[in-house]
Every structure is written in structure tokens, then in C-alpha cells.
Design a protein around this ligand. Structure first.
Ligand code: GTP
Length: 169
């Protein structure tokens, strides 16, 4: 059976943990001193799901504003997008809302969306309430997950759900 190819792009403010989520999911590693990404790159992840052989190209890019112009080139042919914020940083959640608007404007309903509230291990410093994040996600047709790239919580579940929805799309 042919392998299905899907492209997933990660988007979100600088330092929210995009690279860390990709590294955790694709290589099952975590680096406490992960450096800022300065260019786009991807890692492949192969999996079998519901009788399908799947190859995910998981794209990571820089969150810093000065790289924003790259956006459209990067997400144009994506099947899925993972929008990441840091639960201890309200601005990063606002930034997710801006990305959703941009993706919907440029790609319409063709892209499957997931939102990750990352760094869930820092619960005591949480400023974005889970209820608010889930309500928002439901409004825009996305699914919300709490993740910790550090503790490997919620990461597999998120990518599995996103892949299932891309298969069904
Ligand atoms: P840019 O490349 O600047 O866009 O950053 P990024 O979104 O790729 O974030 P990155 O993965 O580089 O992580 C930023 C910092 O947060 C690093 O010091 C990570 O070790 C840390 N970090 C990432 N995920 C987690 C997490 O789940 N929990 C905690 N406590 N720290 C995390």
C-alpha cells in the first residue's frame, strides 16, 4: 500500500516550545537549553494508523517576528497546522489567534488545526485558563491540547489526533 504524505507546520511565538515539541515527537528527546530556530526545517515521522502507512513531514520555523514574512511559503501546502502557545505567557496565546486568522484567510477550511498549550509542567505559573483556550479552539474548529515537551505529556496524543483528522479530511 502506498504511503500517505502529510505536511504539518508549527506556528507560534518565539520560545513557546515549537522545536521542543518536534524533537519530542520525532526523536523523543528534550533539551533544556534549546536554541532559537533561525530557519525553517523539517523532520519526518513514520507511523501506521487505521491501516494506513503515513509519513508526516513536521515543519518547524522561527517564531520571532522578523521571520514572519516567510509564513505563506511555509504553510501554503500544509495539510495541518499546530499552533503553539506557552500557558505562562498571555501574549503567546494572542499570537495564536492571529495565526488562526491568517491561516483561515489564506487557506480557508482546507487546513486541519490543532492548538497546543505547551509547558503544562509549569501549571503553577499558568496565566491562560484552559477553559478559555478550549472555548476559543472550539469556536475556530481547532482541537486544543495541553502539552509538555519537557515531560512528554500530551504530545503523541496531539499528533495522533491531528493525523486522524488529516486522514478524514
Ligand atoms: P523559537 O525557535 O525562538 O521560535 O522557539 P521555539 O518555539 O522553537 O521554542 P524552543 O523549543 O526553542 O523552546 C524554548 C525554551 O522553552 C527552551 O529553553 C526549552 O527547553 C523550553 N521548553 C520547551 N518546551 C517546554 C516544556 O514543555 N516545559 C518547559 N518547562 N520548558 C519547555
Amino acid at each position: 500500500m502506498a504511503e500517505k504524505q502529510f505536511k504539518i507546520v508549527l506556528l507560534g511565538e518565539g520560545r513557546v516550545g515549537k522545536t521542543s515539541l518536534v524533537m519530542r515527537y520525532c526523536q523523543n528527546v528534550f533539551n533544556d537549553k534549546q536554541n532559537s530556530t533561525v530557519q525553517a526545517s523539517f523532520q519526518n515521522k513514520r507511523l501506521n494508523l487505521d491501516g494506513h502507512r503515513i509519513n508526516l513531514a513536521v515543519w518547524d520555523t522561527a517564531g520571532q517576528e522578523r521571520f514572519h514574512a516567510l509564513g505563506p511559503i511555509y504553510y501554503r501546502d500544509a495539510n495541518g497546522a499546530l499552533l503553539v502557545y506557552d500557558i505562562t505567557d498571555n501574549d503567546s496565546f494572542v499570537r495564536v489567534q492571529n495565526w488562526v486568522k491568517e491561516l483561515r484567510k489564506m487557506l480557508g477550511g482546507d487546513i486541519v488545526l490543532a492548538i497546543a498549550g505547551n509547558k503544562s509542567d509549569l501549571e503553577r505559573n499558568r496565566v491562560v485558563s484552559q477553559e478559555r483556550a478550549e472555548e476559543y479552539a472550539a469556536q475556530v474548529g481547532a482541537k486544543h491540547f495541553n502539552t509538555s515537551a519537557k515531560l512528554s505529556k500530551g504530545v503523541n496524543e496531539l499528533f495522533l489526533d491531528l493525523t486522524q483528522r488529516m486522514l478524514a479530511a
